[in-house]
Design a protein around this ligand. Structure first.
Ligand code: FMN
Length: 409
């Protein structure tokens, strides 16, 4: 296999195997209406030789909004004309685009949803802290319809498919994880597989029933995680087997939950100063308190953070590939060099490579790779972009010129 050859996600042909992984944009108004910046954000990489783009997570309903203040929505039909304009523009450059549809579940706040916070169970996230209300069985059925309605809007908006966000601790993942899902109804953990897949199963079926069996559905999953009660390899494999049986268009392999967000997007160190300034959970204005926090709490927090390792989710992707012959496996996390990208595809360890931070840093990264197979991303994984998602600022690269020069020298 070669990175710059045509390849399929479901019935959708991509001109190459490079994907821009879902990346929150921070470019929408308080009702989730995207701005012109949002459109340009996606047109730019499309013009630069990327196979497919997956949008940042888009809320399907107001109670499913995440805490990031500029999140996009697909909760009503008014937004369709805007997205249609954007997808038409992206398609001009022979680039495909998928919308990532999501419900935050317990990973949000009452202030954000303007009312209640819901979850698969009453268990609260130690990071987000709001005690969720457990969704009733009827409410879960209703959310299946809401997911399907969002997929319909995405289709009408010209997207080539949707990606259901079943990773990073958001609602679908809360149902999958036995450490969170303690339900006794049909949406509980299945005794055979040890995971809670009914909710995802019904969402996939409902989208297909209502809006076409051939409308491509990608699923993003977390292969491992950081809770004391581990998500086991057996449970992960059962998840892959399930997705294989559903013949979905592609599985993207990620990691973890937002309770330990810096293990999803692993970086070189932790940008504590930025966190203490912008993160609503950690914000400290007083310099003395800041000093104390950095001296005593930071080392404890750091212990839970995994270091950056190139291609850190690749072993999970390789395992997944052994358990599915037909479903393309997309791997995300820590790809920074042409060599890593070309050799992963050449060796058949994964079918597609998706990247997030390298595209924030250089929207023309795919073109640079095309011109030079040994190209190295200028992204130094400082993670300021990730921490700034909690602020009102747009998602962009915050590396200084000096850092960039040092990298590219
Ligand atoms: C600023 C930022 C925003 C992100 N937004 C999303 C998102 O909306 N949905 C999602 O599934 N993952 C999101 N992620 C995670 C990335 O898609 C990706 O899984 C992770 O960053 C690892 O890939 P990388 O090493 O190429 O950055 C985000 C990451 C960053 C840094």
């Amino acid at each position: 296999m070669d990175i710059f050859e045509q390849a399929y996600l479901g019935n959708i042909a991509l001109k190459n195997r490079i994907v821009r992984s879902a990346t929150y944009e921070g470019m929408c108004d308080k009702n989730g209406f995207p701005s012109e910046d949002y459109k340009q954000l996606y047109v730019k990489p499309a013009q630069n030789n990327i196979g497919a783009i997956i949008t940042g997570f888009v809320f399907i309903s107001n109670d499913g909004r995440a805490m990031q203040p500029g999140q996009a929505g697909i909760d009503n039909d008014d937004k369709i004309p805007f997205y249609k304009e954007m997808t038409d523009e992206v398609h001009k450059y022979d680039c495909k685009i998928f919308m990532q549809i999501a419900h935050a579940g317990r990973q949000t706040s009452k202030e954000t949803t303007g009312g209640k916070v819901y979850g698969a169970s009453y268990k609260k996230s130690h990071y987000f802290k709001s005690k969720p209300e457990r969704l009733s069985t009827d409410q879960v059925f209703s959310l299946v319809e809401t997911f399907a309605g969002s997929a319909r809007r995405a289709k009408q908006s010209g997207f080539d498919g949707v990606q259901i966000h079943a990773a990073h601790g958001y609602l679908v993942h809360q149902f999958i994880l036995p450490v969170i899902n303690n339900r006794k109804d049909i949406f509980g953990v299945d005794s055979k597989t040890g995971i809670g897949i009914k909710f995802l199963d019904m969402i996939i079926d409902r989208i297909r029933e209502k809006y076409g069996a051939d409308f491509p559905i990608l699923i993003k999953v977390s292969a491992g995680g950081d809770y004391l009660k581990q998500f086991t390899q057996k449970q992960f494999l059962n998840l892959i087997r399930f997705l294989d049986s559903k013949k979905i268009a592609g599985i993207e392999i990620s990691y973890g939950t937002m309770d330990y967000a810096l293990n999803i997007f692993r970086g070189n160190g932790v940008p504590f100063d930025t966190i203490l300034k912008y993160n609503p959970r950690y914000k400290i204005n007083n310099n003395w308190h800041k000093f104390l926090w950095k001296t005593f709490a930071a080392p404890i927090v750091s212990q839970r953070i995994k270091p950056f390792i190139p291609m850190y989710n690749l072993p999970y992707a390789q395992t997944a590939k052994q358990f599915t012959d037909i479903i393309p496996v997309i791997v995300v996390g820590g790809f920074r060099t042409g060599q890593e990208i070309f050799s992963t595809i050449k060796k058949g360890y994964a079918d597609f490579i998706s990247l997030c931070r390298p595209f924030i840093c250089e929207p023309d990264f795919a073109n640079k790779l095309y011109a030079d197979g040994n190209y190295v991303s200028k992204c130094i994984s400082c993670n300021t972009c990730a921490v700034m998602c909690d602020s009102i600022n747009l998602t962009k690269c915050y590396q200084t010129k000096a850092e960039r020069r040092e990298q590219s020298a």
